[in-house]
Design a protein around this ligand. Structure first.
Ligand SMILES: C[S@@+](CC[C@H](N)C(=O)[O-])C[C@H]1O[C@@H](n2cnc3c(N)ncnc32)[C@H](O)[C@@H]1O
Length: 265
């Protein structure tokens, strides 16, 4: 039970800031001036009805949990084991403090999505929201989720840009069919070499068709799209060749093989 005064909470919130999640902690908002408004509450309200009200006993893994907004919501619905991972210890400190104030027992661990295999367990619900486009290797991340931690439902969200038309590619195409790639609904993953919105970790902006195609290819079948950017998926069979590719190391730690004359082979 939280026994901190409002003043103490306000002081701790200020000391732990800046916050990305706008949480309501006993009368104190953590990010009232968020550039997206009341975030992620505003997003949650758009898709929360698509998830069961009662999560009694379900296990949840929240990847890129930030300060734990979704962990708290899962607990509010009665989820059993809730684990939040994030690569930023700074956000995890916020998450632990928020959980203390809100009185829930989610477990928070510093871990990259690329290391989820180390968790050694599967979860009924995996949340992977707002993270994929921050990764250099988003498909590898999805492959790793399928391989190691997803048991049933994946809740996925990505920033999306480009056409909202969705073209499901045919099973095969003629080599000389080049025009198809220019169709607005063709799956496209826009690469961001420079910055986008001032954030050097915004690497990718898929269009909607691409988000769905990547999910399917990695073995996650979208069954609901309650919000343009949010997809609820079921873990199913993955595409041939979608096994996760781990970083390969040569005998001397080199990242690639070398030919006889020292050239990359
Ligand atoms: C845009 S925020 C999204 C937060 C939250 N999931 C949401 O939807 O509101 C991205 C979060 O992903 C975390 N993150 C970035 N790269 C990561 C990685 N490789 N593994 C785990 N978390 C990562 C960041 O630290 C940050 O907390």
């Amino acid at each position: 039970m939280n026994s901190l005064s409002r003043e103490t909470i306000a002081e701790r919130v200020a000391a732990l800031g800046p916050w990305f999640h706008n949480l309501y902690l006993e009368g104190v908002w953590t990010a009232p001036d968020h550039f997206l408004g009341d975030f992620p509450g505003i997003m949650w309200r758009r898709f929360r009805d698509a998830l069961p009200d009662d999560l009694e006993g379900r296990s949840v893994l929240d990847i890129g949990c930030n300060s734990g907004f979704y962990c708290a919501e899962m607990k509010r619905r009665g989820a059993g084991r809730v684990v939040g991972i994030d690569s930023e210890p700074f956000y995890l400190e916020q998450a632990r403090f928020a959980a203390q104030v809100l009185g829930h027992d989610s477990e928070f661990r510093e871990m990259s999505v690329y290391d989820v295999g180390a968790l050694g367990e599967r979860f009924d619900i995996v949340l992977f929201m707002g993270v994929a486009y921050h990764l250099r290797h988003p498909l590898l991340a999805l492959d790793l989720l399928w391989e190691h931690v997803a048991d049933d439902v994946l809740v996925f969200q990505s920033m999306q840009r480009g056409s909202t038309q969705v073209l499901e590619p045919p099973p095969d195409m003629d080599f000389f069919d080049t025009e198809a790639f220019d169709a607005p609904g063709w799956p496209k993953l826009h690469f961001i070499e420079q910055r986008y919105a001032g954030d050097p970790t915004n690497w990718w902006a898929p269009n909607s068709a691409c988000t769905q195609a990547m999910l399917r290819s990695a073995g996650f079948r979208p069954f609901s799209q309650p919000e343009t950017e949010v997809f609820l998926c079921r873990r199913t069979a993955r595409a041939a060749g979608a096994e996760p590719v781990y970083p390969a190391r040569g005998p001397h730690g080199a990242g690639h093989r070398r030919g006889k004359k020292g050239r990359a082979a």
